[in-house]
Design a protein around this ligand. Structure first.
Ligand code: SUG
Length: 416
């Protein structure tokens, strides 16, 4: 069995728009009401996946959810006088950020030797709380092989769960047993704390993790207040490396010590506030990077173009490369359409360490499938959506037709 890290990116849906729905996500609220460019957005996402495949990384994907979500609008008894924010929620393409789809504990970490996935309930935001049933259907198809995977329903809605965005593995190599670090927020600040500690604890129990190899760490309330609505906005881990901002955790020293005690191979690359202030880290999404190990062995940080445009961030990255730390390359990708809604390269992917042979191949990508997707997107995805069009019946038809064309191309008839 060959365990590989596979990144499952969310294909940006044809209804991609900026409705300012996520309180505490500064980019999303700043861009509320701006025109969006779904075709460009989806093509940027495919280009990112292509870049990672060219570096030799395994790539999968999930398809957009049915939008507008008519079932949800019915549940809301939506009518002409209904708050436009609720209508926009039913139109959101937010499932593109698959780091929030589920929490994943690969086989080496679990008592039964299966890879466990728990769908995230995403209850903190109304537009995201409606994602999980349709996302679960995709996980159940992609990971249908019960001998190797266990796909769980959501934790009770009392406890907000935002999936892998608040979860990190540290290990000497992906296929080796890891310690799993769950980061939660404490509520009471100016912005919602979207990951509840009890949700993390429930997920760890469901995944049958060894309690000695699990850590529950509090996110720094200051980071949430500054706009780090998920931990992956201020920290990312890959194999033995934790790349983090100095102010990511409530008690950074205790966090690093606990990680090193359980995973002696762990190396912490900490970016000090004095070099990159928290606000600049959040604006540039330095930490919402994909930290990956391609077959070349050169650990690579895949950052958004916004990092290049920030002098302190870019200077810090150059200094890092000039030193002899574990991160050896920096690669820049353009995901501006997603970034404008607070979704960087790391938000767009869910990492699953597994043998690709055990996964439904319809969810795995190669370059010819990427080309087929690009053709469908070029033909069917709207060029532009202005905020006044949200709710429009003609646009709804366009969006549905576009998604159906993609499902047909991929043979994913069960999802239609
Ligand atoms: O949940 N934005 C997403 C961004 C998710 C980023 N994911 C990670 N950090 N892993 C969110 O806040 C904005 C949608 C809008 O306002 O139209 C939005 O949902």
């Amino acid at each position: 069995m060959s365990l590989t890290e596979i990144n499952f990116d969310g294909i940006v849906g044809p209804s991609h728009n900026y409705a300012g729905l996520s309180l505490g996500n500064l980019a999303a609220t700043r861009n509320a009401g701006a025109s969006s460019y779904p075709k460009a957005a989806a093509l940027q996402g495919i280009a990112k996946m292509r870049g990672n495949m060219e570096a030799g990384l395994a790539q999968g994907f999930f398809v957009p959810l049915p939008r507008p979500n008519t079932g949800w609008l019915e549940e809301l008894a939506a009518d002409d006088d209904t708050d436009p924010v609720l209508i926009a929620g039913a139109w959101s393409a937010s499932s593109m950020w698959t780091a929030n789809a589920a929490t994943v504990s690969p086989a080496p970490d679990t008592a039964d030797g299966r890879c466990h996935l728990t769908i995230a309930n995403l209850v903190s935001m109304q537009h995201r709380s409606q994602e999980w049933p349709d996302t679960l259907r995709q996980l159940q198809l992609a990971f249908a092989d019960n001998a190797h995977f266990a796909v769980h329903g959501p934790v009770p809605p009392t406890f907000g769960d935002e999936g892998a965005a608040n979860h990190m593995r540290l290990t000497s190599a992906h296929g080796e047993p890891a310690i799993e670090v769950f980061v939660y927020g404490r509520s009471g600040g100016r912005f919602p704390a979207r990951q509840h500690e009890q949700a993390s604890r429930i997920v760890a129990r469901k995944h049958r993790l060894d309690p000695d190899r699990v850590l529950f760490v509090e996110q720094n309330p200051e980071a949430i207040a500054a706009g780090a609505f998920h931990n992956d906005v201020v920290a990312v881990a890959n194999e033995s490396v934790l790349f983090t901002h100095e102010l990511a955790f409530a008690d950074p020293a205790a966090t690093y010590d606990a990680i090193r005690a359980k995973c002696p191979a762990a190396q912490v690359v900490e970016v000090p506030e004095a070099s990159v202030p928290l606000g600049e880290a959040i604006k540039s999404y330095l930490f919402n990077a994909q930290l990956v190990t391609p077959p070349s062995g050169e650990m690579t940080l895949v950052v958004p173009t916004e990092c290049q445009e920030s002098t302190p961030v870019w200077n810090w990255l150059q200094e890092m490369l000039a030193g002899n730390g574990p991160i050896r390359r920096v690669k820049v990708v353009d995901v501006r359409q997603s970034m404008a809604n607070g979704g960087g390269p790391a938000c767009l992917r869910l990492r699953v360490v597994a043998d690709p042979a055990n996964i439904d191949p319809r969810f795995l990508l190669d370059s010819s499938k990427a080309a087929a997707m690009e053709r469908v997107i070029a033909q069917y995805w709207p060029e532009q959506i202005d905020s006044a069009e949200i709710g429009d019946a003609t646009l709804a038809m366009t969006v549905r037709t576009a998604r159906m064309a993609l499902l047909e191309e991929l043979g994913l008839y069960e999802l239609s």
